[in-house]
Design a protein around this ligand. Structure first.
Ligand SMILES: *Cc1c(COP(=O)(O)O)cnc(C)c1O
Length: 298
C-alpha cells in the first residue's frame, strides 16, 4: 500500500507459506506470481525466481513490481541472491519475517532485509503477544511516515485529517506491554529453542529428514518441521500419545482455488504431502523430546 502497488502489477513470492503472504498481494489488487521452493530450506528458489521474472517481462501483460521473500519456519530466505535479483530487475523487496523474528543471515538479524520487512506478534510466533500485533521495519523515513498514516485510517496531521485510504492496524497498548516484558527474556527463549532443535535433530536424524540450516543462518525455530514418508500413521501414533502435531502447509498456493495458478510446482506439491511439524517452544523438556523421539524410533 505504501508503494501504490495495485492492479496490473506482478508480485513474486513463494508458493509455500501461510495464506497471508499471498493474500496481501490480492488485497491491493495486484497479481501474485508463485515461485516453487528449495527442497531443503523450504524457502523461495532464487533460480526459479529469476526465470519467472523474465517470463512475466517477456509476456508483457503485467508490470513486475515487487518480490516478497518469506523466512519460513524461522529460517531466513537467500537474501544475498534475492537482493541481487531485486536490484537487477528494479523490484521492491519485502521480507515476510512473520516467523523469523530473532533469526540471522550472515550475522545480520531478520527484519532488516530488503526495502521493507514485516513481522507478526501473533501468539504462535517466536515473539508473540497475547492477541494480535505486528511491526513493519524500514530504513526509508518517507515510507515509514506513509505506513504510520495507513495504520490509522490514512491519518494526516491529526485524527480527523484523513489524507489517504488506510486501514485500522494499531497495536493495542496492552499487547505492547506484553511484548516489552517478553522482550527481556526473548534472547534466552531463542537460545532454548535452538537447544531443543539440536536435541530433536540428534535423536531423529536416523528416522526422518530433519531441518537443514545453512551455515550462514540461524533459525528462530518458529516450527520444527521434518519430512516423513507416509506421515498419517505417525501422526495418529503421536496424537494417541497426546503429542500434538501440525501440517504447515497442506495446500500450496497453486492448489488454492482462490489463486489457481498453473505452473510447475513439483517441489512444494511434494513437500506439502510429507511435511510434519512437531511441538516446539522454549519450555519443552528433555523427557518430552525423548518420548517423541522414541515414538519415531519404534
Ligand atoms: C502468521 C503469518 C503472517 C500473518 O501474520 P498476522 O499477524 O496474522 O497478520 C504472514 N506471513 C507468514 C509467513 C505468517 O506465518
Amino acid at each position: 500500500m505504501s508503494h501504490g502497488i495495485g492492479k496490473g502489477d506482478a508480485v513474486f513470492t513463494t508458493n509455500f507459506s501461510f495464506f497471508a503472504t499471498a493474500e496481501v498481494i490480492s488485497l491491493v489488487g495486484a497479481t501474485p506470481i508463485f515461485v516453487d521452493i528449495d527442497e531443503d530450506t523450504f524457502n523461495l528458489n532464487y533460480k526459479l525466481l529469476d526465470l519467472e521474472i523474465n517470463r512475466v517481462k517477456k509476456e508483457g501483460n503485467l508490470n513486475p513490481k515487487c518480490i516478497i521473500a518469506v523466512d519460513l519456519f524461522g529460517l531466513p530466505a537467500e537474501y544475498n541472491k534475492i537482493s541481487k535479483i531485486a536490484k537487477k530487475n528494479n523490484l521492491l523487496l519485502i521480507e515476510d519475517a512473520a516467523q523469523s523474528f530473532g533469526a540471522t543471515y550472515d550475522d545480520k538479524k531478520t527484519c532488516s532485509f530488503g526495502d521493507i520487512a514485516a513481522t507478526s506478534f501473533y501468539p504462535a510466533k517466536p515473539f508473540g503477544c497475547y492477541g494480535d500485533g505486528g511491526a513493519i521495519f524500514t530504513n526509508d523515513s518517507k515510507i515509514a511516515e506513509i505506513c504510520r498514516s495507513i495504520r490509522v485510517h490514512g491519518q494526516g496531521t491529526d485524527k480527523y485529517d484523513n489524507i489517504r485510504v488506510g486501514i485500522n492496524s494499531r497495536l493495542d497498548t496492552i499487547q505492547a506491554a506484553v511484548l516489552i516484558n517478553k522482550f527481556e527474556i526473548f534472547d534466552e527463549e531463542l537460545r532454548l529453542r535452538n537447544l531443543i532443535a539440536k536435541k530433536y535433530t540428534t535423536l531423529l536424524m536416523d528416522y526422518v529428514k530433519t531441518p537443514y540450516i545453512p551455515n550462514n543462518c540461524k533459525s528462530s525455530w518458529a516450527q520444527y518441521s521434518i519430512i516423513i514418508e507416509n506421515r498419517e500413521p505417525m501422526i495418529e501414533k503421536l496424537n494417541n500419545n497426546k503429542i500434538p502435531t501440525a501440517i504447515f502447509y497442506k495446500i500450496p498456493f497453486n492448489k488454492n482455488p482462490i489463486f489457481n495458478s498453473n505452473g510447475n510446482y513439483a517441489i512444494s506439491n511434494k513437500v506439502s504431502k510429507k511435511i510434519l511439524s512437531l511441538p516446539m517452544h522454549p519450555y519443552l523438556n528433555e523427557n518430552d523430546i525423548k518420548k517423541i523421539a522414541d515414538l519415531f524410533k519404534n
